[in-house]
Design a protein around this ligand. Sequence first.
Ligand SMILES: *[C@@H]1O[C@H](CO)[C@@H](O)[C@H](O)[C@H]1NC(C)=O
Ligand SMILES: *[C@@H]1O[C@H](CO)[C@@H](O)[C@H](O)[C@H]1NC(C)=O
Length: 385
Amino acid sequence: MWLTHATVFVLMMCTVYAARDTANVKNSASKEFLHQLLEGMDTRIRPPSKDNGPVVVSVNFHVISFSSINEINMDFKTDIFFRESWTDPRLVYTEGPPSINLPSRFVDQIWTPDLYFPNEKEAKFHDVTMPNRLLKLFPNGTVIYSIRLTLTLSCPMELVSFPLDTQTCGIKIESYAYETHELQLVWRDPSVEIDDELELPQFELVQIQNVTCQKQYKTTGRFPCLKATFMLNRHFGFFLLQTYIPSALIIILSWVSFWINMDAVAARISLVSYPKAIDIWMSMGMLFVFAALLEYAFVNALSRKHAKEEHYKKTDNPQDVTEPNDHNNKQTGADFAENLQHKTTNKVNYREFARNLDKISRYLFPSIFLIFNVIYWPIYASNRV
Ligand SMILES: *[C@@H]1O[C@H](CO)[C@@H](O)[C@H](O)[C@H]1NC(C)=O
Ligand SMILES: *[C@@H]1O[C@H](CO)[C@@H](O)[C@H](O)[C@H]1NC(C)=O
């Protein structure tokens, strides 16, 4: 009985020790594993490849937000997950997990491509709550490295057809030090992912293009480069409501002057000049209003001339006050009647001319405005994609 108890105790102790030993061995094995994997790795030297060819780095990004498209600074802001992937044969392992997620600080212990954004003005890493980075190793030596970045990128904009414009803004990625024979940049499929929740307040994203480029510098050599471009159509609705419709109404309003009495008072005018699409529209609008008022002033001047002649007539012929248009005036002598007849005809001509001018304008102005629209809209709308 005692013996049995002793045996059981000894066996139990053995099991406990054995289990503890196994755990220690496992722990030290994974420690050893990472240590061995990363030890002796010269992070300064790029991954070796067949025939000393270039190391292939595939790149893609996920656009989280796209904002602050700024016409004054000619730039825009974007928040992206920037992902790079390459294979380093020095990181190949045979026994171990199917993939290892390493804390981002390990990035210093492996080789990484020296990519940068040539059109960057400002960039920011995100560190809350921990650095927003991902570093993943695969048994075949493939490394995936992803970082979250907020970039302010320059984007030269052509504003000639503003606000009916299409802007092309891009993200350029280039290797800073590795030339094309040392490092090859390729797009990973899909090259650009757009977040489902992406919102662009002023624009509509109409097209994304991915291109491979090479940059040749005279002093340093030829460097690999990739470029993703975004074609953005400006939302026109806002400008239609804010500017085009009100100014069109003003133009139409100015034509009312052709229908109203010649002696009414004129409105005021101002002129704008700035050769964007919207400015051409505004200038034409002002021009229309100006021409309409000019026409009105002319007609008004003619009617005043008419009034002046009436005054002459009154002084010449004090008896005939009530009926200045009466051609069959019998109260005067033959010579005077002839003279009066001549003056009356002249006066009628002025008035007729003014009236006709108004009549022509009633149709001419709207027609010219219509023609202007027929030319204006296709020209600027054709600039859009
Ligand atoms: C390495 O393995 C990963 C995961 O299985 C795979 O996605 C990747 O394409 C492999 N890389 C190469 C170069 O075969
Ligand atoms: C590049 O863009 C084209 C469409 O313009 C697309 O078909 C192709 O898959 C893209 N390439 C990559 C590597 O994503």
